[in-house]
Design a protein around this ligand. Structure first.
Ligand SMILES: C[S@@+](CC[C@H](N)C(=O)[O-])C[C@H]1O[C@@H](n2cnc3c(N)ncnc32)[C@H](O)[C@@H]1O
Length: 222
């Protein structure tokens, strides 16, 4: 799992001790994922708890997620959404059968597999399909946590899918601090900077960047 930027292990442990106890399937997902080579891609438990609060505040009944990996964020969101209505819906987008097959086992264990619709193809294709199918303006919540150079495409597609007042969260917008290093010119870093600047002056949203996790950009569609 990733660690919230700049927090000591002691503060992370403190957060864990005062935040709600993780659902057993979430804990299992986190513990088993920690032995995978790409474990750092997983969001932290405190970010999962934060996202659950956003789902509750948004009254989320329909959500999309781009970047599932082993399923921690989708499971956290699904558990909060299930408190809001009996049959919520999450459109989950990824390209990896290997990682998402693990996600499916945790979803099943928590009894939310029936509400998570996993689509395995590049997420821009899934978004385009859903917009063509008439789903514009029907989602309450979106979480973007995949390839950074596509963040602008996800922003534009996501804005169309969201209803007015809907919320879209972008993960890793601080990129371990690299966005603030003028010598850092990698395409991923440049894409994250470009999105942050675009969103700042975009009259279509209310936006604020937070330092939760590796940085979460919160956009509320006007
Ligand atoms: C940072 S991980 C997501 C972590 C996840 N949100 C969690 O809580 O553990 C990024 C994921 O994005 C997926 N991905 C990469 N490129 C993608 C694309 N073009 N479309 C959809 N998913 C993609 C990867 O397969 C990977 O599972």
């Amino acid at each position: 799992m990733s660690r919230s930027l700049g927090l000591s292990p002691e503060v992370v442990a403190y957060l864990g001790s005062v935040n709600p106890t993780e659902h057993p399937a979430l804990r299992k997902c986190r513990e088993e994922t920690s032995s995978l080579p790409m474990a750092r891609m997983q969001i932290s438990p405190e970010q999962g708890a934060f996202m659950q609060q956003i789902a509750r505040l948004a009254g989320a009944r329909r959500a999309f997620e781009i970047g599932v990996f082993t399923g921690y964020s989708s499971l956290a969101t699904a558990l909060a959404m299930r408190e809001i209505c009996a049959k919520p819906y999450i459109l989950a987008c990824d390209v990896s059968e290997e990682w998402t097959s693990k996600a499916r086992t945790y979803w099943r264990e928590a009894g939310v597999d029936g509400i998570i619709d996993l689509q395995l193809r590049p997420a821009t294709e899934t978004m385009t399909q859903r917009l063509k199918a008439g789903e514009a303006g029907t989602y309450d919540l979106g979480f973007i946590d995949a390839d950074k150079t596509s963040y602008d495409a996800y922003y534009e597609g996501g804005l169309k899918l969201l209803r007015p007042g809907g919320v879209m969260l972008f993960d890793n917008v601080l990129w371990s601090g690299r966005v603030a290093d003028a010598n850092e010119k990698e395409p991923d870093t440049a894409a994250l900077r470009a999105l942050a600047l675009k969103v700042k002056d975009d009259g279509r949203v209310h936006a604020a960047m937070t330092s939760i996790g590796d940085g979460v950009l919160i956009c509320i569609k006007k």
